[in-house]
Ligand binder design. Structure first.
Ligand SMILES: NC(=O)c1ccc[n+]([C@@H]2O[C@H](COP(=O)([O-])OP(=O)(O)OC[C@H]3O[C@@H](n4cnc5c(N)ncnc54)[C@H](OP(=O)(O)O)[C@@H]3O)[C@@H](O)[C@H]2O)c1
Length: 238
């Protein structure tokens, strides 16, 4: 084991694994010695298109985590293929901006589905394997907006507040099973999509995805065994 391989031997399932943060997280954890499984809604990427650090990654595509049965099947596949699941990182999620006056209640349902229900269904599906691990870990990606909604952020912020409450309830439920459950609350992550959407912003103020991956790696490590139920803001200079 190289000295930086703090996650050697750990098997980690990452939802939203084909997205920006999911892919950066997969790389950060694999570089630290973890075996990663990427679970995504779209088609699994061709192995030849993945970075070298992910050559041993398992990709499970076509999984809509709003569907509890699809989640169960996906985690069963990861367990069967890799033999165990020690940690779950929920990066699956989505964003919508709309004012209350011009928006629609269906957006609130959508945000709740894509941000809360995906994390809930993944946690329920992974739970038996995480408990069996003996030192299980769940890390959910909430958002700073979940602590205070800005203009046009009502539905998104409410759903991310839901992710934080899910995190706390799960932490209580699983603490005697030696599974820790924490949430990370980013402000704005430096992703290609955000650069396209906000071309005039100062990107250097945003949070590099690799730094969130590093925090996730710490939360998955043995050193973080006493940290559970926490929601950790990661703001950069936003
Ligand atoms: N980007 C930011 O500035 C920022 C700030 C704070 C928090 N966050 C949170 O960080 C997480 C990752 O963000 P990101 O920027 O990496 O977004 P992203 O690139 O859009 O990645 C999110 C991934 O989640 C997947 N997903 C959505 N709904 C799903 C479902 N029902 N079942 C399975 N997978 C589903 C998406 O798949 P599809 O491509 O099929 O939609 C996508 O691959 C999200 O939870 C987001 O809310 C992001």
């Amino acid at each position: 084991m190289r000295s930086n391989e703090t996650l050697s031997g750990k098997i980690v399932a990452i939802t939203g694994g084909f997205g920006s943060l999911g892919m950066a997280t997969a790389q950060g954890l694999a570089q630290r010695g973890a075996r990663v499984a990427l679970i995504g809604r779209g088609a699994a990427p061709e192995a030849s298109t993945l970075p070298a650090s992910l050559e041993n990654a398992l990709c499970v595509g076509g999984v809509d985590l709003v569907d509890a049965n699809a989640a169960l099947a996906a985690f069963r596949e990861v367990q069967t293929t890799l033999g165990a699941i020690d940690a779950l990182v929920n990066t699956a999620g989505a964003f919508r901006w709309e004012t209350i006056a011009e928006g629609d209640a269906s957006t609130w349902d959508l945000m709740f589905d894509l941000n809360v229900k995906t994390a809930l269904n993944a946690a329920k599906a992974a739970m038996p394997y995480l408990v069996a691990s003996g030192a299980g870990r769940i890390v959910n990606i909430g958002a700073g907006a979940g602590q205070k909604a800005g203009l046009g952020m009502g539905a998104y912020a409410a759903s991310k507040a839901g992710v934080a409450r899910l995190t706390e309830a799960l932490a209580e439920e699983l603490k005697d099973k030696r599974v820790t459950v924490n949430a990370i609350l980013p402000s704005i992550i430096d992703t290609p999509q955000n650069r396209t959407d906000m071309p005039d912003a100062d990107f250097s103020r945003w949070v590099p995805a690799a730094e969130i991956a590093a925090l996730i790696a710490f939360l998955l490590s043995a050193e973080a065994q006493s940290i559970t139920g926490a929601s950790i803001p990661v703001n950069g200079r936003v």
